[in-house]
Ligand binder design. Sequence first.
Ligand SMILES: Nc1ncnc2c1ncn2[C@@H]1O[C@H](COP(=O)(O)OP(=O)(O)OP(=O)(O)O)[C@@H](O)[C@H]1O
Length: 240
Amino acid sequence: MSILIEKLSKDYGGAPVLSSISTSIAQGEFVAVLGASGCGKSTLLNIVAGLEPPTAGAVTVPAGGAAFMFQDAALLPWLTARANIELALQLRGVPRAQRKDQAQQLLELVHLGDAGSKRPHELSGGMRQRASLARALGQDKPVLLMDEPFAALDAITRDLLHEELERIWLAQRRTVLFVTHNVREAVRLGQRVLLLSSRPGRLAAQWDIDPLVRTDPAAQAALTQEITQALREEIRHHAH
Ligand SMILES: Nc1ncnc2c1ncn2[C@@H]1O[C@H](COP(=O)(O)OP(=O)(O)OP(=O)(O)O)[C@@H](O)[C@H]1O
């Protein structure tokens, strides 16, 4: 077991945002979290990251903690892609002599091997997210928290990054908690999909995704439709 969430509730002083969420996430598992806008998905990740305390309940994460990747790459604009990654390595205590090589390996892992000397504004949105992923991986934490990391990308770039992320996840088997609005993305990447309800955010439903679904477009489409229907119902409730 990697992440244990027990009767987790959260409010910011007003109405509850999250209410009694319990689930456990296995080591190396990839879990996608879906829910309507404002249902508390980011709050859930922030609590797992240790950035926000829970109001009630408990969250247990592995001793090494979690790395975070956001929708906005949040790279330091005055540093090159390589230097952004080297900084993560430095913060982790990697000796200076090894940082350059390790940063290059990480750049190559995300297929940015030739772009290390570019600064963020010289990179496309997809390349910035690749650099951001390399930086998150450079933190070498057992858990990777991803908050809509590909939401701002065009569909083709997003599909490419799905392939990259899957390849890296299969090679490294980190535990991933991936928040998205996009049902197709959740079904494409997740071994399990959690659906949060709105106001308060509860665990409304979950689906285990059979890996065979990924190789069967009809099954993938049917499951996407089923989950989309459930998400729509959550959004409709919320609208009343
Ligand atoms: N620091 C905070 N202080 C007060 N309220 C907050 C804070 N952070 C989030 N909220 C509120 O908690 C609720 C859930 O927000 P959160 O960002 O977790 O939702 P979300 O599901 O990630 O939304 P979206 O999908 O739009 O990104 C919202 O009503 C938001 O206004």
